[in-house]
Design a protein around this ligand. Structure first.
Ligand code: UD1
Length: 429
């Protein structure tokens, strides 16, 4: 199993290209199941989760062609996928595949909307809490889908098609909103989604669905209206930049010190996180080509942050911020309101010398003057990258084990950081 070795203490200077967003790419690929025409996606990141979803969709009969590199493209340019679900040969998504990536459960919506049936394994628990699918099922039922749960599978049926309806989410859910949007696009009549997720990835998916012929208004607000259409067509869509990758490298630069341009990043996609960094004493400038992050000499100030749905501070940056605050001058508080149990990184940060106390959903982080390198391991994607951030400022060598978590969501992480001067390398095998 690959590991990553980091020697802390190097400043970061240079440019880091930001890839296409994983959390938009996955639902966009799944949306290809809504049509028998080809969906072309540009700026798709090279990630283990994208490869796994290709396999899952392949199992349904979806044909995916990856374009070769065009002249002038660099190793960092995203890939182009040509996705055709002209021949759906199987509407079952088995446990072996769904259990490896929760988001693959979302295939249930386009499959039942277009094919009239789907049998999809329940995703089960995961390292960051129970993460149920009850609200996704509720959304489908509101659109006339009959749901049966049998031996760990959700069986969804709508033999005479879906009917528009009113879906009111009791809590904001990204996956629930994607599910509702995809299903409602092919339902008869109008669907109103209340308390919809406002995450930029939801807006990106809605934009793509509209290019495919859907009639969606209000995406990006908490009330989305979908006029169902009988059929969707093909489209060509460019995946928006990854705001979580952007925030992660912004925190890496803040931790190590230096001056880094996050190329292609869009500040409006993560304003709440950038505002927190400014409060911590980091210089942030939005430029024509991206976001510039600078910290020279000055120490970090502690912050008080509570995670919340967009446009609030994202849960997917909570672990990284906590790593950063281990070196602040004073005491920070971070409250996690989206996922219970999303503090798996705390024990590992403590191994590096951090002072962190947990009390329910609130973490108190007392800044220390130095962290010390150690072998660490992480149990999920965002937790493992928080250890990389801590290691950038730790004295001596840190080895991050179980790098496959990082490869799920960060493209060429070690290359991007090494190009800016970090002493980081992958140890294979
Ligand atoms: C997506 C993101 C993930 C991010 C999360 C919150 C992708 C691929 N993943 O996950 O990176 O951390 O949004 O921004 O885009 N809930 C229920 N019932 C349900 C569904 C969700 O109670 O049926 C709860 C969850 O347990 C959680 C909250 O709703 O407490 C938000 O979860 P949700 O937004 O659905 O997360 P995902 O879409 O799975």
């Amino acid at each position: 199993m690959d590991r990553i070795r980091i020697y802390g203490g190097q400043r970061l200077n240079g440019t880091i290209p930001i890839s296409g967003a994983k959390n938009a790419t996955l639902p966009l690929m799944i949306a290809s199941l809504l049509t028998d025409k080809t969906l072309v996606l540009d700026n798709v990141p090279r990630l283990a989760d994208v490869n796994l979803l290709q396999r899952i969709l392949g199992n349904h009969g979806v044909d995916i062609m990856v374009s070769g590199k065009r002249s002038g493209e660099t190793q960092y340019d995203g890939q182009t996928l040509h996705i055709s679900a002209a021949n759906v040969i199987d509407t079952t998504a088995p446990y072996e595949l769904v259990s490896r990536m929760r988001a693959s459960f979302w295939v249930v919506a386009p499959l039942v909307a277009r094919m009239g049936e789907a049998k999809v394994s329940m995703p089960g628990g995961c390292a960051i809490g129970t993460r149920p699918v009850d609200l996704l099922i509720m959304a489908l039922e509101r659109l006339g889908v009959e749901i049966e749960i049998d031996r760990g599978y959700v069986i969804a049926r709508a033999k005479s098609g879906l009917k528009g309806g009113e879906i009111k989410f009791p809590k904001v859910t990204v996956g629930g909103t994607h599910t509702a949007l995809m299903a409602a696009s092919l339902a008869r009549g109008t669907t109103v989604i209340e308390n919809a997720a406002r995450e930029p990835e939801v807006t990106d998916v809605a934009d793509c669905l509209n290019k495919m012929g859907a009639k969606i208004t209000g995406a990006g607000t908490s009330r989305i209206v979908v006029e169902g259409v009988a059929k969707l067509g093909g489209a060509h869509h460019r995946v928006l930049p990854d705001r979580i990758e952007t925030g992660t490298y912004a925190m890496a630069a803040a931790m190590a010190g230096g001056d880094v341009l996050l190329e292609n990043a869009r500040s409006e996609l993560l304003q709440a996180a950038l505002d927190v960094l400014v409060r911590a004493g980091v210089e942030i400038t939005a430029t024509n080509t991206g976001v510039r992050v600078k910290r020279n000499g000055s120490g970090l100030a502690p912050v008080e942050v509570t995670t919340s749905p967009f446009p609030g501070f994202p849960t997917d940056l909570q672990a990284q911020l906590m790593a950063l605050m281990t070196r602040a001058k004073g005491t920070s508080h971070i409250t996690e309101t989206i996922f219970e149990n999303r503090f798996m990184h705390v024990q590992e940060l403590v191994r590096l010398g951090a002072h962190i106390q947990l009390d329910g959903e609130c973490a108190t982080i007392e800044g220390v003057s130095a962290l010390k390198g150690a072998p660490v391991m992480a149990t999920d994607l965002r937790a493992s990258v928080s250890l990389v951030i801590a290691a950038l400022a730790a004295e001596g060598e840190t080895i991050v084990n179980r790098v496959y978590h990082l490869d799920r969501g960060f493209e060429r992480l070690e290359d991007k950081l090494a190009a800016c001067g970090a002493a980081i390398e992958r140890l294979s095998g």
